[in-house]
Design a protein around this ligand. Structure first.
Ligand code: CMC
Length: 434
């Protein structure tokens, strides 16, 4: 928090008879925050908040979420408006620079990104070091981290010009890397980017074109891809974004930080959830099997969760899920999939879960991943690519948040503390006497 900002009140805390007044600050929206920075120095205690459920780790102007109301805004613009009216590169510009671009600004930005999509030729050789059956997410973590070995001229985190070059490089090159991770895995030749295509169409072509025939991009699928990218572009201080910020707080280079974000995103409780949600739908297989599955989730014994349901922040319908559900139907229509049994399972599962007190009481609503898996599958992507697509889209959010952190004078190296519950001091015993 800027030291010039005046608190709008104070919270008094008393610990073992000693009192301390803690300043309270307000953002432009959302809950007030209690500034506890002086707590340990003044009272000798830490706060305890595993999972950061009550902790604001930074000040940010990029994304706002009201989880109870189901609101998601980027730089103030509702996600539904951006998904319907904007395009991914415009959203990238908005996230990075704070405002929507003018026509000239957009054309310059779009040209810049389009003309930096190629990778260093040596980079293709780098892919060959991976096993052919390497999971594309494993390749993404390695390949993005390796960008720091290829682009030495944009690693100085204290140089604002280099920071901007890195932003552009990452946004431009991440679709090429993601498509190569896929092509390598399925044993097809890499397809080079094309400058006459828009961002989403170019990516689809790099994934699905083969040298043996011309690939014509289906505009409905390109539009759906664009929406999926927009819906995943940023989401405030989630696990992977916080990972990027924490890694960056040590002034690690930006490519290494984004690789750390990708690693965090991979987990099934975060970006891996759409893969897990689709696998769950496949496992259920038919609407008749839903009641037994719901019972298994509710009795908790098997540890099975309803994947694609629940969210740490949204305790109401995820606003991204509404857009995603609509996009799913558009894609199904475009690919002529009227009777996908998995869609029937998904719709019935949602209906049952939304009327069951277990889910209502815990405020468990469908999140974006519930519909994104079946949509991506209909578009031709295998489950192993789902989290890769999420990483591709989230790269702009990560680098915008990383840049904001680097411009924030109040930020310092992240260094949480702990409640130590291990052994107290004891003397070393020689191995023969143990
Ligand atoms: N199915 C069944 N029960 C659930 C689920 C679920 N998906 N999610 C939470 N619960 C229950 C949980 O068992 C607990 O019950 P009780 O109070 O009886 O102990 C209660 O709801 C609260 O759960 P929690 O684990 O404390 O909630 P959380 O805020 O820590 O977890 C979550 C958030 C997303 C990790 C969790 O809801 C979950 O595992 N969902 C499934 C995975 C998923 O879809 N993740 C994608 C999130 S959206 C993508 C993104 O933004 O990254």
């Amino acid at each position: 928090m800027d030291s010039n900002v005046k608190p709008n009140g104070f919270a008094t805390i008393e610990v073992h008879g000693k009192k301390l007044e803690l300043p309270i600050y307000s953002g432009t929206d959302g809950p007030d925050v209690i500034d506890i920075r002086k707590l340990y120095a003044s009272l000798g205690v830490f706060t305890y908040d595993p999972g950061f459920t009550s902790t604001a780790s930074c000040e940010s102007q990029i994304t706002y979420i009201d989880g109870d109301a189901g609101i998601l805004l980027h730089r103030g613009y509702p996600i539904s408006q951006l998904a319907e009216k904007s395009n991914f590169l415009e959203v990238c510009y908005l996230l990075l620079k704070g405002n929507l671009p003018s026509e000239t600004e957009f054309s310059e930005f779009s040209n810049l990104i389009t003309r930096h999509t190629m990778l260093h030729a040596q980079f293709d050789r780098f892919f060959e070091g991976f096993r052919r059956d390497a999971h594309p997410m494993a390749v993404m973590v390695g390949a993005v981290g390796a960008l720091s070995a290829f682009y030495h001229d944009s690693l100085d985190v204290d140089d604002p010009v280099q920071r901007v070059i890195t932003q552009h490089r990452l946004i431009a090159k991440i679709p090429t890397i993601a498509a190569r991770a896929y092509k390598y895995w399925i044993g097809q030749p890499f397809v080079s980017p094309r400058n006459d295509l828009d961002y989403a169409s170019n990516f689809l072509r790099m994934c699905f074109a083969v040298p043996a025939e011309e690939y014509v991009v289906n505009p409905v699928l390109a539009k759906a891809m664009e929406k999926i990218f927009i819906l995943h572009a940023d989401h405030e201080q989630n696990a992977s974004t916080s990972t990027v910020r924490l890694a960056g707080s040590s002034e690690a280079n930006p490519f290494a930080c984004i690789a750390a974000g990708i690693a965090s995103l991979w987990g099934p409780a975060h970006g891996g959830a759409n893969e897990a949600a689709l696998n769950m739908l496949i496992e259920i297989g038919h609407v008749d099997n839903i009641p037994a599955f719901i019972e298994k989730v509710k009795n908790k014994e098997s540890g099975v969760r309803l994947m694609g349901f629940g969210h740490r922040v949204y305790k109401n319908y995820d606003p991204r899920a509404t857009v995603m559900q609509k996009a799913a139907h558009e894609v199904f229509k475009a690919v002529g999939m009227k009777d996908d049994p998995l869609l029937d399972v998904a719709i019935e599962l949602e209906r049952i879960a939304l009327s069951d007190p277990y889910f209502i009481d815990r405020k468990l609503y469908p999140n974006i991943d519930f519909y994104s898996g079946i949509t991506l599958r209909a578009m031709g992507f295998p489950v192993e690519m789902f989290t890769v697509l999420f990483a591709l889209a989230r790269t702009v959010g990560w680098i915008a948040q990383w840049s904001e952190m680097n411009e924030d004078a109040a930020q310092k190296i992240g260094r949480p503390r702990q409640v130590y519950t291990g052994a107290t001091t004891r003397d070393y015993v020689d191995i023969k006497k143990r």
